[in-house]
Design a protein around this ligand. Sequence first.
Ligand code: ADP
Ligand code: MG
Length: 249
Amino acid sequence: MGILDVKNVNKRFGGLQALGDVNLNVAENSVHAIIGPNGAGKSTLLNCLVGKLIPDTGSVMFDGQSVLGRKPFEINQMGISRVFQTPEIFGDLSVLENMMIPCFAKRDGAFELNAISSVGSQTDIVERAEQMLEEMNMADKRHMHAAALSRGDKRRLEIGMCLSQEPRLLLLDEPTAGMARADTNNTIDLLKQIKEERDITIAIIEHDMHVVFSLAERITVLAQGTPLVEDTPENIKGHPKVREAYLGE
Ligand code: ADP
Ligand code: MG
């Protein structure tokens, strides 16, 4: 059994069936990609995994425990961390201060933004945040305003902020969307590095096939809210149904 086990998940928005009987099993310590055309239900599925949406029917098990009915922060504490489609960082704070926020939350279970000024004196938090920036190869940028970072570095910081919570499952929703090729390649290298250095499972929604085929060990293709096929990258590449539904052939 995988670390993440989704069974018969259905989700409707009014008359629209966004997810129809979705099954997904993600093996522990693997990189699993979910691909599919726009509107296929990828983000909806991800939202069902992190408690942002509640499926109408079906089950979502993480490491043998149901996530359904739990709040997003509880699911986060179970070990699931999610990187959003657009970077969610505080532009007015420094890179280091941004990194301190999840470190603080991990230590104390909560964080209040107006406490940031006093956090600087808490050496264990600063040390932990600096260590994470080191790991992300961002130590030289720690005093920069986060808003001044390149798109690729914002994403890098955000991934680091997720990792500082030491998740067992990292979820990414189109992490390279809108990036230039160089930043995309840096993100691929970063995710490879993370995979090598940590015991972590990565589930990634991605539009860019170059990213998918550089990282994924398994690929699930969603089309109109239903999994069309799940297989290895080699088999997915040549799959006639995938070429038809996804590549428009
Ligand atoms: P993807 O991420 O694969 O592009 P989404 O999961 O965002 O697809 O959307 C799947 C379908 O559900 C789309 O038709 C979208 O318009 C619809 N949808 C997504 N979220 C909502 C919502 N909150 N309310 C109504 N319809 C939604
Ligand atoms: Mg989406």
